[in-house]
Design a protein around this ligand. Sequence first.
Ligand code: DNO
Length: 356
Amino acid sequence: MRMVFRWFGDNNDHVSLDQIKQIPGAEGIVWALHDMPAGEEWPMDKINQVKEQAEAYGLNIDVVESVNVHEDIKLGLPTRDRYIENYKRTIEKLSKVGVKVICYNFMPVFDWLRTDLAKKLEDGSTALFYEGSKIHDIDPLDLVKTIAEDSTRTMPGWEPERLADLTELFEAYKNVTTEDLWSNLSYFLEEIIPVAEQHDIKMAIHPDDPPWPIFGLPRIMINKENIERFLKLVDNPYNGLTLCSGSLGSNRENDVADMVRSFSDRIHFAHIRNVRIYDNGDFIETSHRTQDGSVDIYDIVKAYHESEFTGYARPDHGRHIWGEECRPGYGLYDRALGIMYLWGIWDTLERQKKEK
Ligand code: DNO
């Protein structure tokens, strides 16, 4: 298991590279050019700049999260080919600086979704919370407006400046069925995967978060059956997964450890975090510790260990603790604690194996 830590870049992150360097066992940053609009080809000079910044701290840049997929590709519009070409050029460029894994997602319109970005937990910290009843009867545009009013806190895809486009996008998705989305994903993969293979970059799709359709928009990367279907669309190791325990784990029916055991040879990037699911299906993010949530993090790490996982892993969303002001879910402290929990399990298993 190779531990990496997400970094949003100089202007976007309160966490610094020298802080990341001090997290035990963190060997690289998980990065992206966050100011590049989806669909544009990434410029080489900006890519090189991140490489230099990271290398100055001895950190690698092996994992990119994310090269976002343009909505026209997800919608299957004729204009998609232009954006797919750009995507291929970006893969090619990223290979030149030694990138090994590209994480992306195929969620229409929005990335991850929560209804409260700072809900109080009983220990006084705050965390991301999803309350189903707030989603069911609301016009998504109203929700975007409410969330946009708090300009210090946004989710990806929910930026206030996107408000105008969102109305059009919802209109465009009206006739896109779940099967259409599958076929648009398949088209994209058939184009992209040979290029990724040629440049030795593993593509790693991120599951949908939460793993169910929202606002009538289809979502497909939601459970084991669909992941199996996805892996067969292009049955090639370069077509792989970012297995996110918190995204999939917020549906009680998903057994994430079982997915690790079943798909280990296709998992290139592990996102490991915990969520607590309430009886009504709402969920809140918690510390990484198994006892604090509903996801058996111990068993998940054990499953990776059993499968001799040599891919990349990162802690994922954490609580906001010790008064830290940070991007929602992306504080330094709780994620660093998360890493130590993951190493604690991993190193113990490793030692036990050697002592057998
Ligand atoms: C949440 C992240 C996601 C992820 C994208 C991948 O914090 O795990 O936003 O980066 O879905 O494209």
